[in-house]
Design a protein around this ligand. Sequence first.
Ligand SMILES: NC(=O)c1ccc[n+]([C@@H]2O[C@H](COP(=O)([O-])OP(=O)(O)OC[C@H]3O[C@@H](n4cnc5c(N)ncnc54)[C@H](O)[C@@H]3O)[C@@H](O)[C@H]2O)c1
Length: 410
Amino acid sequence: MSTDSRSTVDGELRVGMVGYAFMGAAHSQAWRTVNRVFDLPTRVRMSLICGRDESKVAAAATRLGWAGHTTDWRDLITRDDIDVVDVCTPGDSHAEIAIAALAAGKHVMCEKPLANTVDEARAMVAAAAKAQAAGVRSMCGFNYRRVPAVTLMRQLVASGRLGVIRHVRAVYLQDWIVDPQFPLVWRLQRDKAGSGALGDIGAHIIDLTQFVTGQRIAGVSALTETFVKERPLVAESSGLAATSGNGSADGRAMGQVTVDDAALFMARLDGGAIATYEASRFATGRKNSLRVEINGSLGSVAFDLERLNELEFHDATVPAAEQGFNRILVTEGDHPYMAAWWPPGHIIGYEHSFTHEMRDFVEALATGTDPTPSFADALQVQLVLAAVERSAEQGTAWTAVEPALAEVAA
Ligand SMILES: NC(=O)c1ccc[n+]([C@@H]2O[C@H](COP(=O)([O-])OP(=O)(O)OC[C@H]3O[C@@H](n4cnc5c(N)ncnc54)[C@H](O)[C@@H]3O)[C@@H](O)[C@H]2O)c1
């Protein structure tokens, strides 16, 4: 494969990143590490980081290892010495930044969920398709695909070891807003986040299970709940005027929570499997609990993010006396991504999923191929999110999910 000349300059891929907080730090860690761990045809240069506050973004550049900083994301897309724009901002700016960057000929890595609405996601897919015709590539950051045990799950399903997939059971549970006094941060505002637990963490298990099974969610029946409907305003992060809500008993200004706190749905996958999903920020005691179990005619797999180096595998084809869930320690050199890390048994963690994400992205750019998940894959997730919300609004009515690829092809 030839190297896309616009993706590299003197063997370097010059990255500009927008956002320097949680995902900004996680992506920086990955950009810093990727060439030191993986043998890639292209070297990454961490050129420019963007945030709106001059002193904070300058400090972040130093702390996270970026050569320069700017307070306007438009700098990233207009500068000749930037090849990649990495979008690590809340969902309300994904579409604007990504579409402008693609139009300017920059490859784009965009955090999940792809957008705040299906319409925005469609516009991003259209921009990506147009850019792709000119060799400009894009990818959405569903990093859990790159946990080696998750990739191994997909390999086991694809190779037929599980037989016909019948059940998918997925939960993603957190508890960080159980306290009603927790403030109204951007993740609790629909105009900034698109949705609540649904789009933030539900999107991950939607993508992960579609990735692992190779099946698309074709229809859903859902309910959502917002347990705490008003929260104290945070002037700095909410951007809301104090008049948008009532005063609390202690005089603090309050604002409306405009997203779901929890979302539950059952689904049919287009390959015949039936599935249940639960995403909540009110699962007391569950900090970041992503668990998936898949049952097939020949066996099952079970994954728990809190034990991310392990995959439980039940092989129903061995004699009954020998059956049971076996714990595979996913640290062998022939497990996905693991040859680049440590000797067998030396485990990895959360941040490695982002290094693997950047590895796959950089390799795709260097070899002139399309990285995955594509914006079209992420639109598919967005269509599920929208169907879940429609179903919940209509009293859990069965709601079909249209295929994104049909739209893209049309
Ligand atoms: N892959 C994952 O596991 C994962 C985890 C958390 C968040 N996310 C996603 O990453 C994105 C960011 O989430 P986060 O947790 O890092 O949020 P965050 O609040 O920690 O950080 C957001 C950053 O964006 C910056 N920002 C906001 N608007 C901006 C603008 N217009 N121009 C420049 N900078 C701007 C903020 O200053 C901040 O640095 C969201 O889409 C979120 O869903 C993904």
